[in-house]
Design a protein around this ligand. Sequence first.
Ligand code: HEM
Length: 553
Amino acid sequence: MSLDLVSTLQLAGCSALISHAIFKRINFTSMGIPIALLIVFPTLSLTASSYIDNVPPTFFSVLANFTFYYLCLSVSILAYRLSPLHPLYAFPGPRLARVSKLYGVWASATGKQHRILKSLHDKYGPVVRTGPNELSIADVDGVFKVLGANGLPKGEFYDSRSDPHSPNNIVNLSGDEHANRRRVWNRGFSTESLREYEDMIARRAELLIDKIGAIDGPVDLGLWLSYFQFDFMGDMAFSGGFEMLRAGGDEEGIRQVLCDYFHVAALTSHVPWVAKTLAHLPVLPERMMKLFTFGAERASRRIKNGSLKKDLWYHLTDEAGLEREKPPVSNVIPDGALAIVAGGDTTARAISNLFFAIVSHPAHYERLKNELETVFPAGDGITDVGRYSELKFLDALISETLRMYPPVPTNGPRRVSDASKARVICDKFVPEGTEIYVPPYVIHRDARYFSPSPNDFIPERWLPREKTSQDAKSPAPTSVLNTAAYIPFSYGPQNCVGRNLARTEIKMVVALLLSRFDFRFADGFDEKVWEDSLCDYFIMHPDLPLLVTLTRR
Ligand code: HEM
């Protein structure tokens, strides 16, 4: 006697449908429970068959039962995700993205997620279904309703990027917890605090000038700006410590750690339960954990050494005693790793992208040099930040660089965490459980917000229109500049706290470098190939060196 195969498979099929109904309702945050359920359900159905037929299962019936269970479960999930029963059915998007997050993993793995999203929006419009429960909204309505004051909290994407063994850093917090942490961060970026950092920028920029000036032959400007940025970041956040410029390299390997972290996190954060599970395994997460360990170690060293100047740490630990209760050190330490990530590569990329833009547009380069020479004749007072408001064209260049090449091109999603957060965006109802991206790269290249020629580098779009004799005769060309759609630093209560520091720093470094050297691309440098090599691993990264030749002025 053996089990009746038909009834065994029927029970396995029913059990698959029941498990799907359960999986749909529960938002699992790690792999443990789902894996257990995936074993328990088919085992239960097999036990039931065996009980009904009153015979023990054979190897063949076990195999048939489990195979059929998984087949039915997969078909049920796929069919549901494609069916009109799914709450996101009405949103357009590629079929593969509708059925699996593997689409997002693939897009991230190519490093071209920003461009893939742009082509999806070009094809499907401002709202695209990019995952089974995920939308990308490239529209100012999304900027306000998702990122704005009454926007949505960050989702599991962010949890999966932080150290699971430590309290959350500021990026992962929402609501009051975030507002409390943000208050102390804001103090670290007040006008008064920024003044403390200006000397640090100037000192490191002079060192950068010495170092690249001594190089014979082409210079990888992107790499040296990255050394500069880490040194300055160390000064600003922890009162010193990296010394990459002096060493002429990254002796502690922190850049590699960050690069590894971004590559791994770009993939795993699409499937947060995988990231969380990996983080508890001893082998795989080692690359990711290195960053958290490094940040914590820097922070602990800074705390032990005490305060040498009013660096960021001074504010985060409330050394001035302005808070009713001192922030617990265990809460502040994870922010050490964050400061490295948030302040490190973003600004360095913005500066190198700006150099790429001006060297490839000689007329803009000339105009900038003239502006700098007018405001700071012979370079006098060039580190006087008080006069930077006179650098209107440099300001326009920075805005245009951050528009065309936002250092955070896609950003992480927000989540409609519960029914009360469900809302109508772009006239469409977005239900509970939806993750929503608002991708800066795509919005910044939308002709509805930036025209003419949203894909061209035109810094003049940021300047007040100059009246020419031509204007008197002909009507003004239709031009659009919608600053509500300009989000390189994100928008709303969780926008970039370091944005003013970043802009000041970019101005000082660009002004100082241009006052000492003339820049041109190294022989054989291909602008198009370099631009195409910009990859989106949360922070925009070129895969190729930015090779320039310097001539002392
Ligand atoms: C050009 C340079 C920079 C760009 C383009 C940039 C961009 C951004 C963006 C897009 C966000 C939002 C991220 C998200 O929603 O997940 C952000 C947040 C943040 N940035 Fe920046 N950033 C830059 C420089 C800096 C610097 C120099 C610091 C200084 C440490 C910094 C510190 C932060 C912090 C702490 C947050 C989290 C704020 C919060 O959650 O309240 N950023 N940045």
